[in-house]
Design a protein around this ligand. Structure first.
Ligand code: GLN
Length: 426
């Protein structure tokens, strides 16, 4: 186990046989594992041992996969670098001295270093795609409702999905096949085949992009670093040489996506994290003072700075008098982003952009500047607002050898389209 990729390296053995029989899978530490500590990267849950398995964990073990342990992450999924973890940062195996991305940085690092064959991350605003891009591996954020969230400790329920991370598109698609599908424990899940979708994900990794129409939202390319843009266009040329065609499309709402995402994500987080009060969850206080002081003390000690910032901002955005000004406006922007994607996807099979506008930052570089960190989510957050599927695949490297990811976005339940596009590149 290397690069501080794991918080807990306890193995969970599988049932015999199944499609993942000889595979190991690392699981992000916000996904519940019965009898194995699940911390969400937070001191608040340092001692928390769930009494049940998340649905995805049940599906993994039923498919024969051995779980290698629980991976490091930004506290409660709040971050883009895995540096807000209470258990120390993870290092990027593909770019020493640099962050692995976040918040599922431990999962991507475990795959990139070969510690695990495959991994599960969660993506609320990019947390599967960003670390996949930064570590030079593949990550899929499924359509909202394709994968059960039962047993996932919530950060922002309306945005997040559990998704696979793997060295290749075919392996990520195989893992998706195992975890996808409706679940009685999660009423937001859907049966994709009933929505008319092709669910043969592994078979879709056939490298065949002949005749595929790729839309490129100019807004998601213009703001990116020069080295990233260069690598992006080289990869598009590669796809064109393989028979795909591309055209530019407009996503005018994209410039407001980060703002809308952070208002919604923080609002949901402020509500979800209320349960960490020392009574329901978190270490019990001694009850020597009054209740308000005890409860505040547990939260003061248990939460890190980024989590506190978000709980405070989210509480503010939802409070009487401000609700319409912030939360409702963000919901309107969310509807606008969805409509823009639907429009762009009428003329294109998939949309392509750099996954991240910047290459992996140096460790320690971005921690003091939350706003810059939030802006790095410009290309990933719109997809969560629109509930759509997206994949990040390695597009190449900068001249300094830093990995660059290519993101493909598809229509709702169009996982096969993004898998096909991605397989032609990596
Ligand atoms: N970086 C984004 C955030 O901090 C996304 C996190 C995620 O997808 N969990 O909210």
């Amino acid at each position: 186990m290397s690069h501080n990729a794991y918080i807990t390296d306890e193995r969970i053995e599988a049932d015999d046989g199944g499609p993942l029989a000889d595979r190991t899978v690392a699981v992000k530490d916000n996904i519940s594992t019965e009898g194995v500590r699940t911390t969400c990267g937070s001191a608040m849950l340092e001692e928390y041992v769930p009494p049940y398995d998340a649905t995805v964990v049940e599906r993994l073990t039923a498919a024969g996969a051995t779980i290698t342990g629980k991976t490091n992450m930004d506290e409660f999924g709040m971050g883009t670098t895995t540096e807000t973890s209470a258990f120390g940062p993870t290092e990027n195996p593909a770019a020493p001295g640099h962050v692995p991305g976040g918040s599922s940085g431990g999962s991507a690092a475990a795959v990139a270093s070969g510690d695990a064959d495959l991994a599960l991350g969660t993506d609320t605003g990019g947390s599967v795609r960003c670390p996949a891009a930064f570590c030079g591996v593949v990550g899929i954020k499924p359509t909202y409702g394709l994968v059960s969230r039962y047993g996932l400790i919530a950060y922002a329920n309306s945005l997040e999905q559990i998704g696979p991370i793997a060295p290749s598109v075919a392996e990520a698609a195989e893992l998706l096949e195992v975890i996808a599908g409706p679940d009685d424990h999660d009423a937001t899940t859907r049966d994709a085949s009933e929505e008319g979708a092709d669910t043969d994900y592994a078979a879709a990794a056939d490298d065949d992009v002949t005749g595929m129409k790729i839309g490129i939202p100019t807004e998601l390319v213009e703001g990116a670093d020069e080295a990233v843009v260069e690598t992006f266009w080289d990869a598009i040329d590669d796809l064109e040489a393989q028979g795909a065609s591309y055209h530019e499309v407009d996503l005018p709402s994209a410039e407001h996506a980060v703002e809308a995402y952070y208002v919604i994500a923080m609002s949901e987080a402020s509500s979800n994290l209320a349960r960490f009060d020392g009574v329901r969850y978190g270490p019990s206080p001694d009850y020597e003072g009054n209740w308000n002081e005890e409860f505040a003390g547990v939260r003061e000690e248990g939460f890190g700075e980024e989590v506190k910032r978000r709980v405070l901002l989210g509480t503010y955005a939802l409070s009487a008098g401000y609700h319409d000004k912030y939360y409702k406006k963000a919901q309107d922007a969310r509807a606008w982003v969805k409509a823009d994607f639907d429009e762009a996807l009428t003329e294109a099979d998939v949309l392509a952009s750099p996954t991240m506008p910047v290459p992996p930052m140096q460790m320690g570089e971005s921690l003091d500047d939350p706003l810059t960190m939030y802006l790095a989510d410009a290309n990933t957050t719109p997809v969560n607002l629109a509930n759509l599927p997206a994949i990040s695949v390695p597009a190449g490297e900068t001249d300094d050898g830093l990995p660059v990811g290519m993101q493909f976005v598809g229509p709702a339940f169009g996982e096969v389209d993004i898998i096909r596009a991605g397989s032609a590149l990596a």
